[in-house]
Design a binder for this molecule. Structure first.
Ligand code: ADP
Ligand code: AMP
Length: 217
């Protein structure tokens, strides 16, 4: 099953995708994670992307297109995948549908994680990340030892784009460029909306219930 996790920055896409990937045994493909990996490895693509990401702007499509095509074509996604952070614009939605049709696949569900705007700033400002990919929150999803990853023991860090100015820009970008996709996918009949304001486990159980009702993953 091919699922897009959709929602504003901080709605819980990455958090839920990690839990769903474990439960259903499908890869979690996050364009943000792939871009951050490229920045860490100082690739040409990473250097291009960084200037946009630090300001909270979208990385241009010509930088992303090769990356997304390659990743979706890999064999670990043969029986499905969870796409997190892509598409974010109407042209990206069209690109995705083209790539999937070239691969003989189609999108099954877009899970829209609905969270009131006033909660997002707090969620993003309190997010702490680990180089191993794990993510925490200083109040809502605390590591056992403050500032240290439960999984690998590394020191947690605060994303540059999780500082207030970049957050405000990202929320604007979401509203202007990404939110219109809700109508697009609703019209396509693939949109499922979840209340993402509840606790992480409650949201996860609700998503699993909806997916199990919808059909096998
Ligand atoms: P996204 O991938 O949509 O940007 P994340 O999954 O990284 O969002 O979540 C953003 C922050 O909010 C993280 O610090 C995460 O631990 C926290 N978080 C995620 N889901 C919830 C929730 N349901 N309730 C409270 N905090 C949450
Ligand atoms: P995320 O980890 O999903 O919050 O993404 C972090 C940042 O990576 C975004 O603010 C963008 O700068 C960039 N990014 C991730 N996915 C995309 C995308 N689909 N289109 C453009 N930029 C993206």
């Amino acid at each position: 099953m091919i699922i897009v996790l959709f929602g504003p920055p901080g709605s819980g896409k990455g958090t839920q995708a990690k839990l769903l990937a474990e439960r259903y045994g499908v890869p979690h493909i996050s364009t943000g994670d792939i871009l951050r990996e490229n920045i860490k490895n100082e690739t040409e693509l990473g250097l291009k992307a960084k200037t946009y990401m630090d300001k909270g702007e979208l990385v241009p499509d010509d930088v992303l297109i090769g990356l997304i095509k390659d990743r979706l074509s890999q064999s670990d996604g043969a029986s499905g995948f969870l796409l997190d952070g892509y598409p974010r614009t109407l042209p990206q939605a069209e690109t995705l549908s083209k790539i999937l049709s070239e691969l003989g696949k189609s999108l099954d569900v877009v899970l829209n994680i609905d969270v009131p705007a006033e909660k997002l700033l707090n969620r993003l400002a309190g997010r702490r990340m680990c180089v191993c990919g794990a993510s925490y929150h200083i109040s809502f999803n605390k590591p056992k030892q403050a500032g240290i990853c439960d999984l690998c023991g590394s020191k947690l860090y605060h994303r540059d784009d999780d500082k207030e100015e970049a957050i405000m820009n990202r929320l604007d970008v979401y509203k202007n460029q990404t939110q219109p996709l809700i109508d697009h996918y609703t019209q396509a009949g693939v949109m499922l909306t979840i209340n993402g304001a509840a606790d992480i486990v409650v949201v996860f159980n609700e998503i699993c219930r909806m997916l199990d009702d919808f059909g096998h993953v």
